[in-house]
Structures are given as C-alpha cells and as structure tokens.
Design a protein around this ligand. Sequence first.
Ligand code: SF4
Ligand code: SF4
Ligand code: SF4
Length: 365
Amino acid sequence: MDQSGISDASPDVTARALKVLLTPNLTFAEVELTTACPCRCVTCGSNCGRAADDELTGAELQSLVDELHELGCKRIAFLGGEPLCRPELLTLIRQAKRRHMLVEIVTSGMGLDSAMAVELKAAGTNSVTVSIDGLEAAHEMQRGVKGSFRRALAAIAALKAAKVPVGVNTQVNRASMPELESMGDVLLEAGAIGWQLQTTFPMGRAASSPLVLNSSDMPELLAILRRLALRPKLAPHLSDAIGWWTSDDTRLRSTPGGLARCWLGCVAGIQHMGVTSQGCVKGCLALSDAYIEGNIREQSLSRIWHDEQRFAYNRAYQASSLSGSCANCSQAALCRGGCTASSVAFHGKPGVNENCLRLAELKSK
Ligand code: SF4
Ligand code: SF4
Ligand code: SF4
C-alpha cells in the first residue's frame, strides 16, 4: 500500500481520477513582472538581470489581472526577475485584492526594507517568499552580490515586523545541499514561517552548471530530506520539482500544520498558468520557451486558455509519452513522470525524470 492508497486503485478508478485531475480549472497563475533583477545568479533559470525588451506595460498587466480573475483564478504570484523592480507592483496587488485573489510575492529580498514591507501589507499581500539558496557564502556565490544574504534575512525580519507571513524558497544544488541542515535555525530565527525546497534545473545560466544535481545525488538528498522532516519547527516541504512517490511523499510534501498533500502529477495548463514579462503564456513559468502556448498581445488570455489544442502535454496526456524509468514505473498512472519542467530541462521532453527520489528509494532497498 502506498502512502495515499490512490495508486492501488483499479484501472477504472485511476482513469476516472485522472479525468478529474486533468480537467482544466485555473486556480493559480504566476506573473513574471520583469526579468530585471539586481542579482546575477549563476543558477538563474531565466537569465535574469536586465529587463527584457518590450515588457508588458502597467496597463497591460492590470488587464491581465482582470482576465485571470474572469477565468476563475483564485491565487496570483507576482515574481521576476525581481518584482520590486516594477513600480506598478503595489497597484497590481491592490487590483488583484479587489478581485478577491490571494496574492503572493516571490523576491530576492533586495530592496525590501521596512517601509516596503509596510506598503506590501497595506496593499493586501497575503504572503511573501524570499529566495535563499544556502548560508551566506554559498548564497552570495550564487547571487553574485555581496551582502545579498544579510539583505534577504533583513527582508524576512521586516516582513515579520509588518505582519506579512513570510516563507523561504531554497534551490537545492551542490552549493546548498550540504548546508540545508544548518539553514533551518537561521531562517527560523530570521522570522520565516515556511520553507520550500526546489531543485536547480539545467536551464538559463544553470544550463551546464556543475551545481546541478543528478540521479547519483538523489540517495543523499533523500536522506537529508528525511532528517529535515524531523525538525520540530520549520521543517521544509517539497515543491513540485522534487520527488516523486516515495513511501513518505505525503510527509515530505505537506506543509507542516497544513493539509496533507501527496504528488498527483503536474498541473501545468490544468490548474496552473504562467505569463512571462513579454506576455507569453505557458502552463508553468518553469517550462522552457518551447512550451509557449500564445501571447496575450496577439490573442486574449481566455482564447489561449480555452483552446483545447494547447497545453497538450497534460490536456492530451497519453501514457505512451512516458519514457525511461517512468515508462515502467508502478506509480506512473497518476504520477505521469514527475514535474514536466524538470523532465524538459533534464531530458528535453515531458514524461521522464531520472532524478526521481522513488527510484533512489527503490535502489536502496
Ligand atoms: S534572484 Fe532570482 S530572478 Fe534574480 S537572478 Fe537570481 S534566480 Fe534570477
Ligand atoms: S519513476 Fe517517473 S513515474 Fe515513477 S514515481 Fe518517479 S517520476 Fe513518477
Ligand atoms: S511543470 Fe513542474 S513546477 Fe510546473 S506545474 Fe508542472 S509539476 Fe509544477
């Protein structure tokens, strides 16, 4: 029996569950406000630094928020690049709140001082995630900015003081992995109330980075994750990018104190949408540009979203798209090959993730 019991169900029940899971129902959108960023991370999957040519204007972004609301989107994350580089950020937050959406901000923490934390709170921000990718030396080696670690911790403290719930997102790679077990207390002391882990994908500036983990690192990563899960406070939880279907996936993936969550496959183009700073629409911003489904300057967001021919890797999913270890996996029916963006980044196509922790667990038995 696996941790949820779902994957032990009959093929008929699994097929019905899959039909529900793959029925488009937009709940969450990530909006990349800009690719401008004061950091120059060697692990940046989007090559951020300078603003892209012809980024969406403030008016276009406001229309986008309205269109997302009309599509039923309940939660919106503003990110970058560095979203604080866009002067329209507070206006957009207020607009999304008027549309009754939950609003999250993802930031490096650069430029997020006490005054900005108070403004984010006043605008209605529901939560902020600060990216911290190791202890001071490892974090700043990746960011390429001296002082960025202390500024990220100061941003957390400022948000806590302003009563904005603040969490941390950490990219797991060869620089940060050895430090994960030392980071928790530092983040807790700074004021973080949540901590999410994702792996660095070989994309953008990390395309050929020696920092990117491979399948031989997964047994060690799984052991570290299991020790971290025992933390009494600020135990991290796994993002979509790590997993999938280990015997303790639910424990590793659920937010402490939150609803139990197990891995039920990628929801890009189903519940999830990403829009780039130039208006390109993807099922998820972590996907490469080969997965752009349209541009809101050429077609309405509604037309792109409701076109049944788009987001085919999920909306027209076929088990035959699985390959490598995923093609023969007993959990493949619902897992569908782990995170699509990870699969594309590592293997150039959906449906195969050799960095799967389940594979590492099975090999260790
Ligand atoms: S802080 Fe984030 S957006 Fe900026 S360069 Fe680093 S990874 Fe890219
Ligand atoms: S081997 Fe593939 S299908 Fe099986 S659990 Fe891992 S990612 Fe999912
Ligand atoms: S591509 Fe990966 S990160 Fe994006 S929605 Fe799918 S599983 Fe989640």
